[in-house]
Design a protein around this ligand. Sequence first.
Ligand SMILES: [Zn+2]
Length: 212
Amino acid sequence: MASLFKVDTKDWDREILLDIFYDRDRQAILNTVIEHDLDKDILCWNLEHTGHYSVKSVCRLIQQQKGVWNEGNNIDFWKSIWNIKAPPQVMNLIWRVSTFCLPTLVQLQTKHVRVNNMCPVCNEAAETIIHILVQCKVAKACWQVFKDGTNIEGALEFTDWLAGILEGQSKNNKAKILTMCWSIWRSRNDLVWHNKRWTVLRIVAKVWEYLS
Ligand SMILES: [Zn+2]
């Protein structure tokens, strides 16, 4: 941007602007107020008032674009999710789940990828998000560590189940619950990509290890 200023000033060089830009863009540039106190250009993320990138702001944007952000309790629910202090990889997984971007086999089929959609872990049901993270027998065994809060039966969608299990949990447990989702998904990927099958104990241990 500094190259559009007159030499050693912070005033737009109209001649350069005249050479480079169409009238409409030139007017927009000329109408841009320059902060004369700033020493140098910096990159800012305009979806956060701090200027720093956050997964939360991207999720908010996507959900606004998909039109689901304003659906009743969704606002409060997702706000509460993004306030949970869990590692970035964990939040990234939850983000992919919330925006229907987690590449389960059923999800891949909706993108017209020709795959067998049976769960690679149990081979007993189609691999939806709620199946692999909650209903699959390995996932169910993992969730036993939160047996007071597991509301496994009844929920049809992962987000409904997540809302149920998080309710009334402490901050620490909420982080553990999200991290458990991440650990289950990681174990699934290790099986799919490296043919390595994790024990339930290992999946659960990874949660504590990752949060310690
Ligand atoms: Zn399964």
